[in-house]
Design a binder for this molecule. Structure first.
Ligand code: GDP
Ligand code: MG
Length: 668
């Protein structure tokens, strides 16, 4: 208190409402000048309260007292040199965490603080409620809520200021830092002379640790601490070495850590009902330990449903096509249709296309369930859950969403990577997607698991999907190490609220996606099946689909390559080669070569063991998804990446099948 006048300073972030508070307090009693030496505006004014005059100074808007900007220097020097009797910390309450950082520094500095929670109306609208009583107790300072632009609660603020001005002692609030910093603070203080030191030695020690030049000079001049650098710097080095970070960040982290804990005590966010339920579900679904198991369980459950519900329907449709083929052939021959045409219709079209169409129920159910997961808001959570994991691999959780879309179809999934900001993330995600098991691969799994693993269909298919994810991440990570070394900044992921999925919308999505499957069956698969039938029937006079046919010769040529994987016979080679057009073709081809879905289940056990069947499934999963995918990679990136992806997947598909088959053989 100088000349019986009480000086108070307003400190706060830009736009916290400082000037509004200043105007409310001082009314017309103000004048504007400049801070000494700089052209930064200095507003001063005054008001009377209970007969005492209070001089008010509006400090420049600042975020911290770290004194890196001119405004920060002005504010800090004023606080240190002028020693105002009261400092009012004006806070935008709707943004408490960020605004409170400055207040925290003011408290550490040991000023006589009044905490002014301004913009309470805005906070209210955001559903933020601050318990000012508890806050005041914790900080040991008066807390006043205001709405400055409406001049609300100005009297209370004046009263709090007047009371604070009379206070004998200031709050002895302290931020507890981590062990190393606390030790450094103690060491520095122990070197201070025992006399003529400021009351807030702790604050001085902290600012010296922060390497504040102004304070170093002051310490030398005012406190005769000529050796201060040699005292503080070794402490700083020790801490920086230990944490491998700069001291300012370490100290700031500690302060934010404190603020986080404080917020937890005094601030509540009211949410709309929907949000509350969302949060409850999220606390389980996004749980650190439960998150990934829940995700895996849901995916597993999906396939379990796909099979338990789908398989009986698949059997019926399969029986229908067999009946159709068997019934139609004699009929056609009876009415004089040539045997070539009959074979074309029965062996080619009905058996080939039919063997793919039978899986429509599985596909429908799978798309329906995926649509439910997506519409409910869970898919975004899955990405969130995987975020940490993905980060450890240099990818973002955001990349996981296009990857999950890959379960449906790789082509739109690759297009969905357009939402990723950085090119690096896009490339790596696109390289990963082809290993996500798309629905076209499902018929192969269904066919083989129903024959070789009838009791564990869901489990085996689950293992394939999981393997796909693992390889996708492995490939992305390898490419990252090979081609991109630099790290990218983290992204914040926002979670949509949960919604009850609309059956109608889910059914619509299911139908739209399944239509693509049917369309493929009607076009690409149809034509490939025709080509395969032709190649199987030539040269003229050869037994249909025999080893001597053209297709048999093509397959025989490649078959030795597949031998180490356990399926070195020509039909498998042919199926895989034509499967490059579209994965469903693998089944269609086998259907054409072995004759229909029913006969497939009798024929395949002669060629495969469960082990080689599993190896075959792995190859089917991993090698080139289809030409459409290669095409879209080329379109989104370029030929180089398209070829690299194709080459990698062919190699991995072959290599892993060999690995599994060989190791499996040893175990037996
Ligand atoms: P300063 O940058 O800290 O000096 O902030 P100002 O006093 O200039 O205020 C910034 C803006 O916030 C102005 O448009 C004010 O009218 C508005 N404002 C100040 N206090 C409040 C408040 O309590 N509630 C609302 N809704 N607006 C406020
Ligand atoms: Mg202002």
């Amino acid at each position: 208190m100088k000349n019986n006048k009480i000086t108070i300073a307003l400190a706060g972030n830009p736009n916290s409402g400082k000037t509004s508070i200043f105007n409310n307090l001082t009314g017309a009693n103000q004048h504007v000048g400049n801070w000494p030496g700089v052209t930064v505006e200095k507003k001063e004014g005054s008001f009377f309260y209970e007969g005492i005059e209070f001089k008010v100074i509006d400090l420049p808007g600042i975020y911290s007292l770290s004194a890196s900007s001119i405004d920060e220097k002005i504010a800090r020097e004023f606080l240190i040199q002028e020693k105002p009797d009261v400092v009012v910390s004006v806070i935008d309450s709707s943004n408490f965490e960020r605004n409170f950082y400055l207040a925290l520094q003011l408290l550490e500095m040991g000023v006589n603080l009044v905490l002014n929670l301004n913009m309470i109306d805005v906070a209210d609208k955001k559903g933020i409620n601050i318990n000012e009583k508890v806050l005041s107790l914790i900080l040991d300072v008066p807390v006043v809520k205001t709405i400055a632009n409406k001049n609300r609660n100005t009297e209370q603020l004046k009263k709090a200021i007047a009371t604070a001005a009379k206070k004998e002692r200031v709050s002895n609030f302290e931020v507890k830092y981590n062990k190393e910093i606390e030790e450094a603070i103690k060491n520095i203080i122990s070197k201070f002379p025992s006399q003529n030191m400021p009351a807030n030695e702790r604050w001085l020690a902290i600012t010296l640790l922060e390497g504040d030049q102004y304070l170093f000079n002051m310490a030398k001049k005012v406190y005769n601490l000529t050796d201060i650098e040699n005292i503080a710097l070794p402490e700083v080095n020790k801490i920086e070495k230990k944490y491998n970070d700069d001291i300012l960040s370490i100290i700031a982290d500690n302060r934010y850590g404190y603020i986080k804990g404080l917020v937890n005590e005094i601030l509540t966010r009211k949410k709309k009902i929907g949000r509350e339920i969302s949060d409850k579900i999220d606390s389980v679904v996004l749980n650190k330990f439960l998150g990934i198991p829940i995700f895996l369980f849901l995916i597993y459950l999906t396939f379990q449903i796909v099979f338990t519900v789908g398989s009986p329907l698949v059997d019926w449709i399969g029986q229908f096509f067999d009946w159709l083929g068997n019934a139609i052939a004699p009929l056609l021959i009876k009415i004089g249709v040539s045997s070539i045409v009959v074979s074309f219709l029965k062996d080619g079209i009905i058996d080939g296309v039919g063997s793919v169409i039978v899986f429509l129920p599985n596909i429908l159910i799978m798309f329906l369930l995926l649509a439910f997961l997506e519409d409910s808001g869970y898919m975004a959570r899955a990405a969130f859950v995987m975020d940490k994991f993905m980060h450890s691999l240099g990818l973002h959780g955001k990349s996981f969403i296009p990857m999950i879309l890959g379960f449906g179809c790789n082509v739109p999934a690759i297009m969905a990577t357009r939402t990723l900001e950085s090119r690096k993330d896009r490339i790596l995600t696109i390289m990963a997607i082809p290993y996500m098991s798309c629905s076209a691969r499902l018929p192969i799994y269904v066919l083989f698991t129903s024959i070789f693993f009838p009791k564990h269909q869901g489990l085996i298919v689950f293992s394939l999907y999981l393997l796909g994810i693992i390889i996708a991440i492995f490939v992305a990570n390898s490419f990252k190490i090979l081609f991109f070394k630099k790290e990218t900044a983290p992204l914040i992921m926002e979670l949509p609220p949960y919604r009850l999925p609309q059956t109608k919308s889910a059914l619509l999505q299911m139908w739209l996606k399944s239509k693509i499957f049917l369309y493929k069956a009607g076009t690409i698969i149809f034509f490939t099946v025709i080509i395969i039938w032709i190649l199987s029937s030539l040269p003229v006079g050869v037994e249909y689909a025999s080893k001597q046919s053209w297709i048999g010769q093509i397959g025989t040529f490649f078959a030795p390559l597949l031998k180490p994987a356990g399926f070195g016979f020509w039909q498998a080679a042919v199926a895989l080669i034509f499967g490059i057009l579209a994965k469903e073709v693998v089944v269609g081809t086998l259907g054409t070569l072995f004759g229909g879905a029913e006969s497939l289940s009798q024929a395949l056990p002669h060629y495969f063991t469960p082990l080689s069947a599993y190896a075959f499934l792995i190859t089917s999963l991993i090698y080139v998804p289809c030409i459409a995918t290669i095409g879209v990679i080329k379109r989104e990136l370029n030929w180089k990446w398209a070829l690299l992806s194709t080459g990698t997947s062919i190699f991995l598909g072959w290599f892993l099948a060999v690995l599994i088959y060989q190791i499996g053989g040893l175990i037996k």
